[in-house]
Design a binder for this molecule. Structure first.
Ligand code: PMT
Length: 401
């Protein structure tokens, strides 16, 4: 398949009777000109010999984290960076549990922790082990972290049991891997403008009014869209974050500057997402010189800034699909739904920002509202949350096309 051609895949094999099927998976990958490196756990090496895997994959097989020779050839961090994707087949119950808690006690689990590449897991185990609630919880946790699963299938097992636990067939795993790459670029026909971070409203040449937004949420959304091939413009207030790959970044400082850039971008993109914490007010008259602290009190007159997302929502020509955020500390659903209507949005993402739990933090949870429904996205890190949010936005966007 085209998607896998010239890709660099680490095939991880853990201990289980299904390990022999991985030989066929590697053969399929090699047939489509994929570069394969195999990593086995000590238990896997009991089921399938490294010599066979080396012959099939065309590369030396990595087995141990503490092998100086193997580290000389390609160290574990190098391997983690080299991979375009990691596929683990079979993925045993033990390995899934270790992966869930973030252990790095063998080469394969260390690789998974050290990589930024997508990970595809093909679980295989006894049907009762698969049905256990702890295994199911582990699968959910890994899925929330962005890992993808194929199988297991139902059927007769080596132990004689029947039920879900059989590893998917090599061709199914191969197809799932192709889909993973295909899906990554599935939004290449879309363009999206996103606002992020805080704005700064000058008081005098050295002072300003702002808020605690770090830009993490908005940058995570930009990254998630760009990873799936969308054309992304990110209009950001002052933040201390690197620009995600394949994202066009426009830096602004004040709400008025953000307004100009955002309104221009809005009509040029199909989607608009307002994640910035825009200052609602600015100082009426910015002092030309530094204000001296001679008086005990000073009075600042604040005037309202334009509402960027409301003006985008009310566009009558070239209006993009418009998604706003609502940062609330109380009456979250009510206030969010009010903003959805008032600003004429297609969707609003409400977050409970009471107690300093969202601004600047790594994690967030969202309650999404649109005219016909709502959905909660549970607490997770902002990158994972952004991936889920992109899926929801695309689903709603497709409904109105
Ligand atoms: O940046 P992080 O540290 O990761 O934190 C993320 C976040 C809390 C900033 C983000 O998740 C969030 O909630 N962003 C919106 C913050 C906000 O200003 O909410 P609001 O309820 O005051 O505004 C509602 C909507 O109107 C927002 O889409 C906002 O971008 C928009 N707005 C507000 C005022 C204004 N003048 N123009 C606007 O477009």
């Amino acid at each position: 398949m085209q998607q896998l051609q010239s890709k660099r895949i680490v095939v991880g094999i853990t201990g289980g009777i299904a390990a022999y099927k991985s030989i066929e998976l590697i053969r399929l990958l090699r047939k489509s000109n994929t570069e394969v490196r195999v990593v086995v756990t000590p238990a896997a090496a009991e089921f399938v010999t490294p010599l066979t895997l080396q012959a099939i994959s065309g590369n030396a097989v990595s087995q141990s984290l503490l092998d100086p020779q193997a580290e000389l050839a390609m160290g574990h961090i190098e391997l983690a960076k080299w991979a375009d994707a990691i596929v683990i087949a079979p993925a045993s119950a033990d390995f899934l549990a270790r992966l869930t808690v973030g252990m790095a006690n063998d080469l394969l689990s260390t690789l998974c922790l050290a990589t930024t590449a997508p990970i595809l897991l093909a679980p295989a185990m006894n049907q009762q082990m698969f049905a256990q609630s702890i295994t199911q919880q582990n699968l959910t946790a890994l899925s929330v972290r962005g890992m993808t699963f194929i199988g297991p299938n139902s059927g007769e097992q080596a132990c004689g049991d029947k039920g879900f636990g059989r590893m998917s067939e090599p061709q199914e795993i191969y197809d799932a891997l192709s889909k993973l790459f295909n899906q990554q670029q599935d939004l290449s026909h879309l363009s999206v403008a996103i606002t992020a971070g805080p704005t700064r409203e000058a008081i005098d040449p050295v002072r300003y009014i702002s808020n605690h937004s770090s830009g993490k949420m908005g940058f995570a959304i930009a990254r998630a869209f760009a990873k799936r091939g969308a054309k992304v413009t990110l209009i950001t207030g002052p933040v201390n974050l690197a620009t995600p790959s394949n994202v066009r970044r426009i830096d602004v400082t004040s709400a008025q500057e953000m307004y100009q850039q955002a309104l221009q971008s809005a009509i040029e993109h199909q989607l608009f997402i307002g994640c910035a914490a825009v200052a609602d007010y600015r100082v009426a008259e910015i002092a030309q010189q530094k204000i001296k602290k001679s008086d005990n009190e000073i009075n600042l007159t604040l005037i309202k800034n334009p509402d960027i997302i409301a003006d985008v929502g009310h566009l009558t020509v070239n209006r993009p699909f418009t998604v706003g955020f609502a940062a609330e500390t109380q009456h979250i659903e009510q206030y969010a739904q009010d903003k959805l209507q008032r600003k004429r949005l297609d969707m609003i993402c409400a977050n409970d920002v009471s107690g300093g739990q969202v601004f600047g933090q790594e994690q967030n949870s969202l309650h999404l509202f649109w005219l016909q429904g709502n959905k909660k996205l549970p607490l997770t890190n902002k990158n994972e949350l952004a991936k889920q949010l992109v899926n929801e936005i695309i689903a709603r966007f497709k409904e109105v096309q």
